[in-house]
Design a protein around this ligand. Sequence first.
Ligand code: MHO
Length: 206
Amino acid sequence: DSPPTDTATATFGLGCFWGPDARFGAMDGVVRTRVGYAGGMTSAPTYHSLGDHTEVVQVVYDPTVVSYDELLEVCWAIHDWGSPAHKRQYRGVVLTHTERQHEAATRQRTALEERAGRSVETMIERLDQFFLAEDYHQKYELRSTPVVGDELAAQYGETFVDSTVIARLNGFVAGHGTPERRAALLETLDLDPQVLAELRRRFRSG
Ligand code: MHO
């Protein structure tokens, strides 16, 4: 589980953050994911006291394996960019870390508008601060998988949120990835037999 040294970070608001956490976590080249709150001005947001922030997923990736443009393409595919969000909590927003990212996001949004022939409501803003969400929101799909979630949370402890393996498993239990990639990952892991059996069962039915 040792990450590459030259990573980059991307941050996206795409509605409820549980789904995007799983979608990006399943991708090759994604080193870790975290969900949190960003895009607002109020201090110390929490899930129940969000202020003017938005639910976001933050993705650390290896740019030699997956590009920022590829991450952006996933963004358009998984959220409703055509209608303004009814709550700021769930608005679509690309929060850029660099000028390069800002230009890439702007370019893709313009291209999408031209292709679709209608306007894109998703905003592009510069990221200010990212606030990590509560533990129970991190890798939500995996955490809420019976047996598996509790076992892995106990086994990984503090390292759960930043683990690449946990990010992949979170994506795979949500139905992402291919049967081959799922099976290959399981083979590399030293898991409790009950956890392994439950994961195998889920991966077959997904
Ligand atoms: N309240 C919704 C979304 C949760 S998301 C972390 C639900 O319970 O499904 O905002």
